[in-house]
Design a protein around this ligand. Structure first.
Ligand SMILES: *Cc1c(COP(=O)(O)O)cnc(C)c1O
Length: 380
């Protein structure tokens, strides 16, 4: 298989030491007590990364399992759940709520803007009877970023448990779980963390654990029942055999992040994200989002007459680059440049911009300003 340069908003490029970690000889993760310590320490590293003292658990399954596990464990039949929706993942939370018998109350806002805090505050003054609320930090299909630092404390002031999908933001955007009062924050291995796909992890507050434990009815499902994980360390028991090789790789990916320092990593994303957006605008392209940009992905509208399929094919055939369109209501309308984790590097973003410009000009769109030089100027 010829491997392309992967510039999708997840999965991302995986560093060599992370890839090699998966090839290490392993023990039996169920029976060897050393692994319980290894797992616990890895969870603690993730907790430090998320600025939380809450318990962290790593589950075997990619990001979607994290979303489903949070909803499965919290939702009882008839529970009212507030679903904050300004994007495809935001809206999608409603499906999980409904599968587990909850009533999803939608709070849908302009999809080209981050959720307005004052308006949400007004809404909550009259409607606050919810067991929990779901929020997406960066809604990846559009690249909109929601200010969870303000949204979550607001929800908590009404006694609502907060569930944040930060799969596509954490590592590239600041996330302070305890300070921002996030009961469940969930992420995945394959975005800014830059490990291969296959793992999700969640930080779970005491209040969220209590809400799961003091239910009237039992949790539907086994794989997504978070209470099974509560005392794994004391009992030296996992609900199923842990994917030890994946966790060893995730551990190295987390160590890479701490070697760079999380705050430096966030700064790097900010600088590159801003420079990418400015470059595309000056080139004459239209960004999809109007307010609230995530520094992990940039989404621009395809110029009139250029087809998504042809655009992607040209980049792959001529430049060996795998890039992403979008899906749902954005299908065929936009192109997404993922600059997450290992891909948020000046040389890599320069290469994708060079190729995008070449592709645009091939299809008859002449940029107003050379993209690579504009981009590099912004980095100085
Ligand atoms: C990637 C992602 C997930 C995980 O789902 P995938 O199946 O990998 O797309 C969940 N939420 C968000 C916001 C994501 O970007």
């Amino acid at each position: 298989m010829k491997t392309p340069y992967v510039f999708t908003p997840g999965p991302t490029e995986v560093k060599e030491n992370v890839r090699l970690a998966r090839a290490m000889k392993t023990t039996n993760p169920d029976l060897d007590e050393q692994f319980y310590d290894f797992y616990k320490e890895t969870c603690e590293k993730i907790g430090k990364f998320l600025h939380t003292r809450n318990e962290v658990r790593i589950l075997c399954g990619e990001g979607i399992l994290g979303l489903e596990a949070a909803c499965a464990s919290l939702t009882e039949k008839g529970d009212r759940v507030l679903v904050l929706d300004n994007g495809i993942f935001g809206e999608g939370f409603a499906d999980f709520v409904k599968i587990y018998g909850g009533e999803a109350v939608m709070y849908s806002t302009d999809r080209q803007k981050s959720i307005d805090i004052e308006e949400l505050d007004k809404f909550l003054q009259n409607h606050s009877d919810f067991k929990y609320a779901t929020i997406v930090h960066c809604d990846t299909p559009s690249g909109v970023l929601n200010d969870v630092s303000k949204i979550c404390p607001l929800l908590k002031s009404k006694g609502i448990i907060t569930v944040v999908d930060s799969v596509a933001a954490m590592g590239g955007e600041e996330l302070r779980v305890d300070e921002w009062q996030i009961d469940i924050a969930l992420g995945a291995s394959q975005k800014c963390i830059s490990a291969p796909p296959g793992l999700t992890f969640l930080s779970i507050s005491e209040e969220a654990f209590k809400a799961m434990e003091y239910r009237k009815t039992s949790i539907v499902g086994y794989y997504s029942n978070l209470t099974l994980w509560k005392d794994y360390y004391k009992n030296k028991w996992f609900p199923y055999t842990m994917p030890i090789s994946d966790i060893m790789a995730l551990r190295v990916a987390m160590e890479n992040i701490f070697e760079e320092k999380p705050e430096n990593m966030i700064r790097r994303h900010k600088i590159l994200g801003e420079a990418t957006r400015k470059t595309l605008k000056e080139a004459g392209l239209e960004l999809y989002i109007k307010k609230g940009y995530s520094n992990t992905v940039t989404v621009f509208e395809l110029p009139e007459g250029i087809e998504e399929k042809a655009f992607k094919k040209f980049l792959l055939d001529k430049h060996n680059i795998l890039i992403s369109g979008s899906f749902g209501y954005l299908s065929g309308k936009v192109i997404r440049i993922g600059h997450m984790g290992e891909n948020a590097k000046a040389d890599r973003v320069s290469y994708i911009l060079y190729a995008v410009q070449d592709c645009l000009s091939h299809f008859g769109f002449q940029v107003k300003k050379d993209m690579v030089s504009t981009f590099l100027n912004y980095l100085q």
